[in-house]
Design a protein around this ligand. Structure first.
Ligand code: CTP
Length: 403
């Protein structure tokens, strides 16, 4: 079950060329399990049709014809009262101006006025219009009244001009939407530090010692914690992934850097989830210059890298109230995981058989057994890393509740 499952969203589309991107957004939200009611202004109808949205949401898309039609006032009041979130995307300068001054002259603006749910606006307008004092003042007024803004981005506009006013990409907007949907979740007001990715230990300026971690499980955990309303710090070793919207990213390359970041961020945090694959060994010396073939095959001597979880356990009273580790094992999974749970003083460990082709490093699925400090065990079936993350974060919330 994702954060979108069963949520009722209103998507108000206004008259910008970016309206075509709103169709992608509506499609993504519907696929994620939300019930999406789309409302178009007359300006939006010039760019896209209600049929575009109906085709992706499977639901009627509303226009001003409906405002003056059979259902009359009941429509906007009904929509505005039943929704979990109202998203105005794209939001033109004109619509923002109307909303800042309480105008209600079309189905979108009238529904905003009637709405009781949080409102998110994603502006889109040509360069210059967004920066104008009038627009800036309207944005300020709306923010002051609790409207959340996503974007606009800097970049190339439809006119060919470059500036601030670009509609945020639908995937990013999706992140802003889930942030609002989750804000009153089980972890609201909690700080959760998540580590992710595989560390890189340099050998020389161009070579590193690393591992096969993709970062997917850690990033999914950060997203799941955000969905539950937590304030999330994502300490990330290098990955090819985009951090979830709302997470504060702290990049770290080596075990030492992960340790420093974790100790700084986890002190006093509510929870630490160590999903990163942190190096156990690192080259003892790092060559300042690139090692050359002509100098022969180098003999690399390794030394121990710091154990981050052990260091975090040393935070004493600053230790996060819940500490969760991962165990990547290729044999004797449960025995080894139990030993790590105890030796690292963890509240829970997610044991992961990395020798299976469908679980662990690089793939999208995991088969995890959760082991708790009180001896409980929970074997989860093969599932997507997102789903595994949701379950781990649920257990984290329960552990926090017990403390
Ligand atoms: N871990 C850590 N610091 C390290 C290595 C690992 O904090 N230098 C954390 C991992 O993030 C994970 C847990 O410890 O949450 C277990 O990691 P794992 O690699 O499975 O075990 P190790 O402690 O490294 O032991 P071994 O490699 O001998 O199995």
């Amino acid at each position: 079950m994702s954060i979108f499952t069963g949520k009722h969203l209103l998507l108000g589309v206004t008259g910008s060329i970016a309206a075509y991107k709103a169709a992608d957004l509506a499609s993504k939200l519907t696929q994620a399990g939300a019930q999406v009611d789309v409302l178009l202004t007359p300006g939006a109808e010039k760019f896209v049709t209600p049929l575009t949205f109906q085709s992706v949401t499977g639901r009627k898309a509303y226009t001003d014809a409906d405002l003056w039609g059979g259902q009359a006032h009941i429509l906007h009041v009904g929509l505005g009262h039943s929704a979990d979130l109202l998203v105005i995307a794209p939001a033109t300068a004109n619509t923002l101006a109307k909303l800042a001054h309480g105008l209600a002259d079309n189905l979108v603006t009238i529904t905003v006025l009637a709405a009781r749910c949080p409102i998110l606006a994603a502006p889109a307008m040509d360069a210059g219009m967004y920066e104008r004092p009038a627009t800036q003042e309207n944005v300020r007024i709306l923010m002051e009244r609790g409207v959340t803004f996503a974007g606009p981005d800097e970049g190339r506009m439809a006119s060919g001009l470059v500036g601030r006013g670009r509609f945020v990409e639908p995937t990013e907007l999706l992140g802003h939407i889930r942030l609002l949907l989750g804000r009153d979740g089980k972890l609201a007001g909690r700080k959760v530090v998540v580590t992710a990715g595989g560390t890189q230990e340099p050998l020389d300026p161009v070579r590193v010692l690393t591992n096969k971690s993709s970062g997917k499980q850690g990033y999914a955990l950060a997203q799941a914690a955000l969905d539950a309303g937590a304030t999330v710090v994502l300490v990330s070793a290098p990955t090819a992934l985009t951090p979830p919207v709302g997470a504060r990213l702290v990049p770290a390359q080596t075990a030492e850097e992960v340790k420093e970041a974790v100790l700084a961020e986890a002190a006093g945090a509510d929870a630490l989830v160590m999903a990163a694959a942190v190096a156990d060994f690192r080259p003892k010396t790092v060559s300042a210059d690139k090692l050359k073939k002509r100098d022969g095959i180098p003999q690399v001597e390794l030394e121990a890298a710091p154990d981050v979880l052990l260091a975090a356990a040393g935070l004493g009273s600053g230790r996060p109230r819940v500490v969760i580790g991962f165990a990547a094992e290729s044999r004797d999974l449960l025995e080894n995981a139990v030993a790590k749970l105890k030796s690292k003083n963890l509240d829970m460990i997610a044991a992961n058989d990395v020798s299976a082709p469908d679980a662990g490093f690089g793939v999208d699925t995991n088969r995890i057994t959760l082991l708790f400090a009180d001896g409980r065990q929970e074997a989860l079936p093969l599932m997507g890393k997102e789903q595994a993350a949701e379950i781990i974060i649920e257990r984290l919330a329960a552990l926090l509740g017990e403390k």
